[in-house]
Design a protein around this ligand. Structure first.
Ligand code: ZN
Length: 347
């Protein structure tokens, strides 16, 4: 099933049915359910007793195969890291699987699962699109996330996107079209996915048993799935503690931050800091924070105390740190330095 806020996208998309594009690029903010939408769309295209609005019937042999994860005319291609994490490997080509596995065995213990879609995976995929349909209907490929394609993989895919075999439909899903090769984008029909209205998102979160839905939704930039993940985030206590430190402005204890946060990934803490800084600026400029509305009073106080030029300097430091955040760094030192820098804003 698609999410309730996607009904409009679904219905508008059905207008393409007479001349369905061979490659569709579904893009939009992370955390709004684009992957599930793509998978439902794939099921609809493969269903052998499709409803009038393109909905899969849920009962035919094709639908059953799809749900069980073994429709012979369907492939989903995801980075290894995601396949391991979310069990999304379904339908991945055997050969690519084996290649990856051999790779993994060789580099055991030292090699982290790849976050990229690699050329071996695309080669496996091209074997799949090269043979005919098993059921005589469409063959569907979901690529997620499309920005995960590394250069070699993207180039290998390009030829097929230029001259696609009849009946093959590519559904590319991306939250970062700015990271896609322009040549890939130009061969796809682009489809921007709508953001849910705050009402629809809040209602859905409440139905999932999430309390404080509006605050979490604000922090998630309006993306309901991100808000849901935040609700069950094991680091939430530390995050709330960090926000209190930031709210303390000149009293922020940088060394305590280094100590308490040292086990957390640098990008996670940088994300908190960056959103807090964004809100300080928003509070100052527009009188309304975006991510932490519940901290509005503290933001107002901090914004009035901070020095404007120090502010700009500190933002540059944070941005610089983001650029190297995936490199192995001493997290404790990085955090100490950042929070010391933060405290100096109020000196
Ligand atoms: Zn069906």
């Amino acid at each position: 099933m698609i999410y309730p806020w996607q009904a409009d996208d679904w219905n508008r998309l059905q207008q393409l049915r007479g001349h369905w594009p061979h490659a569709l690029l579904l893009h939009g903010q992370a955390g709004i359910g684009k992957l599930r939408f793509a998978q439902h769309l794939a099921q609809g295209l493969l269903c052998e007793d499709q409803r009038e609005n393109g909905e899969p019937c849920g009962a035919c042999v094709a639908c059953n195969w799809f749900v069980q994860g073994n429709h012979p005319d369907y492939r989903i291609v995801v980075p290894e890291a995601l396949a391991a994490e979310a069990g999304l490997g379904y339908g991945a080509d055997d050969k690519a699987d084996k290649a990856d596995k051999a790779d993994a065995d060789e580099g055991k213990k030292t090699r982290a699962p790849s976050k990229e879609i690699k050329i071996e995976q695309i080669r496996g995929l091209l074997d799949f699109v090269g043979v005919g349909s098993h059921r005589g209907g469409a063959r569907v490929v979901v690529l997620y996330p499309a920005e995960g394609l590394n250069i070699a993989a993207a180039n290998a895919l390009l030829k097929t996107l230029e001259e696609p075999p009849a009946g093959v439909v590519f559904l590319m899903v991306s939250a970062r079209v700015d990271r896609l090769l322009p040549t890939i984008i130009s061969r796809c029909r682009q489809w921007p996915m709508s953001m849910p209205s705050p009402e629809a998102a809040t209602q859905w979160l409440a139905a999932q048993g999430v309390s404080e839905a509006p605050a979490l939704l604000a922090e998630a930039g309006g993306a309901p799935l991100t808000a849901l993940a935040l609700a069950s985030d094991e680091n939430r206590t530390l995050r709330d503690w960090t926000l209190k430190q930031l709210a303390a402005g000149p009293e922020c204890d940088a060394f305590a931050c280094g100590e308490a946060l040292q086990k957390l990934p640098v990008p996670l803490v940088l994300g908190w800091l960056q959103r807090w800084m964004y809100d300080l600026l928003a509070q100052r400029a527009a009188g309304a924070p975006r991510y932490f509305p519940q901290a509005s009073a503290a933001l107002t106080r901090c914004a009035s105390q901070a020095d404007a030029s120090a502010f700009a300097r500190f933002m540059r430091t944070v941005t610089r740190q983001r650029a190297v955040e995936n490199h192995p760094l001493n997290a404790r030192l990085v955090f100490e330095e950042l929070f010391l820098g933060y405290r100096e804003l109020f000196a």
